[in-house]
Write a protein that binds this ligand. Structure first.
Ligand SMILES: [Zn+2]
Length: 141
């Protein structure tokens, strides 16, 4: 029986009723970091605590990944590769997150547009499980 599994432990709180990305916040300077780190890149403090990030942000920049990425090794089906959007979303008042986008349509994606967090299947692993990752999707307005 195929299951859905998270792409990486500790990256987000999915599965849950209100899944969030998991970052960390420096207790000395307040910097928010994603993914979670034990040290602060801004002030070098090692006093950080896990922080659940907001689910909305603005598209800061984006591009279309038009071929299977070489690094990290692309885990999906290379022969049936479909281009996907990637970009940075600036979560409101928190942090910029490098993320996959749910659309690769350049007529839809616009810098500064409102985006929201989704969880989508990234690929199917060797056991037939759907490997889930996070992505940001344009908000319907
Ligand atoms: Zn800091």
């Amino acid at each position: 029986m195929a299951e859905q599994v998270a792409i990486e432990e500790g990256l987000f709180t999915w599965p849950s009723d209100d899944p969030r990305l998991l970052g960390s916040q420096c207790q000395d300077c307040g910097a928010i970091i994603f993914p979670m780190q034990s040290g602060c890149p801004r002030c070098a403090s090692d006093d950080t605590k896990p922080k659940e990030l907001g689910t909305r942000g603005k598209l800061w920049t984006w591009t279309i990944q038009g071929y299977p990425p070489k690094s990290p090794p692309y885990a999906g089906d290379v022969e049936n590769f479909e281009p996907f959007g990637v970009g940075y979303v600036e979560i409101h008042d928190e942090v910029k997150v490098e993320t996959r986008l749910t659309t690769a349509d350049k007529d839809i994606l616009k810098i500064g547009m409102e985006m929201e967090l989704k969880f989508i299947p990234a690929y199917t692993d060797d056991d037939g499980n759907e490997v889930m990752t996070f992505a940001f999707s344009p908000v319907d307005e």
